[in-house]
Design a protein around this ligand. Structure first.
Ligand SMILES: Nc1ncnc2c1ncn2[C@@H]1O[C@H](COP(=O)(O)OP(=O)(O)OP(=O)(O)O)[C@@H](O)[C@H]1O
Ligand SMILES: C[C@@](O)(CCOP(=O)(O)OP(=O)(O)O)CC(=O)O
Length: 356
């Protein structure tokens, strides 16, 4: 709805989650949200996991307000303010800096967002959430440009959710962050056989958020320097594997990077534990399955939480699902979710199956 005469302007958008295969962990600039390494991710199909945000502006709103999953949040958050100010700045530039004639810039905004999956549980809710906010605000203020740099100001990983398919966030080298943007490596139609299984081990909010966790690692982990040296080679190799659809290389680099990321978390002081015993059992199961096949058929990766994201090819989904159900029997309703997920026709080649 866009009706300036009725003194209200309202936009609703959705944005997808992305799961990194080369993780972003650590910032070289906290304010501008600039990373210490480049990262690579896969954007998941919005049909299953998404953030949905409505932004409204009106002269009758006395102040800016925001709700997340129905609960009011503080608008004092620096990230929200930076993101909002940057979009408004674009609008000002579009109007040659003349704010007096542009009523919309004076109006206060109300933001309502909700995720249809667990928030702050290590399932990239901040990525979908801030990508959605950047996109909705850009539509509200009718501005265009590379929104990945704006989304990044909300949450680093959000810049990768601005694109579908396979995405790289280049760390960049400029101090002002102008070259720290994301770009698509290959579209969502590039590798139609690739599938994603999300194994939700816990939907509880994690004890240490990513922002705080990466600060602690950068400050205290000695292994982190080594990780920063290793990542550029992994980024190049995984991009090549994606373009060639070389699953074995893609899978092996993905698992290695996940393990290296959790190793630097453990090397932080005090150590940060995101994986649980169930996560570790999943890791063992994947390795046992791969070695019984004599070839790497499945890859796991874990964000800052215990939930596993498995990458595999369509031909192996049935076998892997039955293996998971055998070792971690889901209850009947969850099983239905599996089956429905498998049958859901989707415009994106990536299917997400939730298992709790
Ligand atoms: N839809 C949303 N709109 C705006 N902000 C959101 C939204 N969803 C999540 N967030 C913000 O992101 C925070 C969670 O980020 P955090 O990085 O800790 O978890 P995560 O993104 O789920 O996990 P990870 O980054 O490890 O995958 C929330 O506390 C909230 O501030
Ligand atoms: C483990 C990760 O998911 C960490 C994501 O961290 P965030 O993007 O949530 O961190 P902030 O920029 O501080 O908001 C890895 C990744 O997605 O690359």
């Amino acid at each position: 709805m866009d009706n300036m005469e009725d003194n209200i302007k309202c936009v609703t958008c959705t944005a997808p989650v992305n799961i990194a295969v080369i993780k972003y962990w650590g910032k070289r600039d906290e304010e501008l949200v600039l990373p210490v390494n480049s990262s690579v991710s896969v954007t998941l199909d919005q049909a299953q996991l998404r953030a949905k945000t409505t932004v409204m502006a009106s002269p009758s709103f006395p102040n800016d307000r925001m709700w997340l999953n129905g609960k009011e949040q503080s608008m004092d958050s620096k990230r929200i303010q930076n993101l909002l100010n940057e979009i408004k700045q674009w609008r000002k530039e579009k109007h040659n800096g003349d704010t007096c004639t542009d009523g919309l810039l004076m109006w206060k905004v109300h933001i309502c967002s909700e995720n249809n999956f667990p928030t702050a549980a290590g399932l990239a809710s901040s990525a979908a959430g801030y990508a959605c906010l950047a996109y909705s605000l850009a539509k509200l203020y009718n501005v265009e440009g590379d929104l990945s740099a704006i989304a990044r100001r909300g949450s680093g990983s959000a810049c990768r959710s601005m694109y579908g398919g396979f995405v790289e966030w280049d760390m960049g080298s400029q101090e002002d962050g102008s070259d720290s943007v994301s770009r698509q490596i290959a579209s969502e139609n590039h590798w139609p056989e690739l599938r994603v299984l999300l194994l939700v081990v816990s939907d509880q909010q994690k004890s240490m958020g990513s922002t705080e966790g990466m600060q602690a690692t950068l400050k205290t982990s000695q292994l982190m320097d080594r990780r920063i040296q290793c990542v550029p080679e992994s980024v190049e190799k995984i991009k090549e594997a994606i373009l060639k659809k070389d699953f074995k290389t893609f899978a092996e680099i993905t698992m290695k990077d996940s393990n290296q990321f959790h190793a630097v978390c453990l090397d932080s002081c005090p150590p940060i534990f995101y994986l649980t015993d169930v996560s570790k059992q999943i890791i063992q199961l994947v390795h046992a399955f791969n070695s019984s096949c004599g070839i790497t058929k499945v890859a796991y990766t874990f964000d800052a939480g215990p939930n596993a994201c498995l990458y595999l090819l369509e031909e192996d989904v049935g076998r892997v699902l039955s293996l998971i159900c055998h070792f971690f029997p889901p209850d009947k309703d969850d099983l239905n979710t599996f089956v429905q997920g498998l049958q859901t026709p989707s415009i994106s080649p990536l299917k997400v199956l939730l298992w709790t």
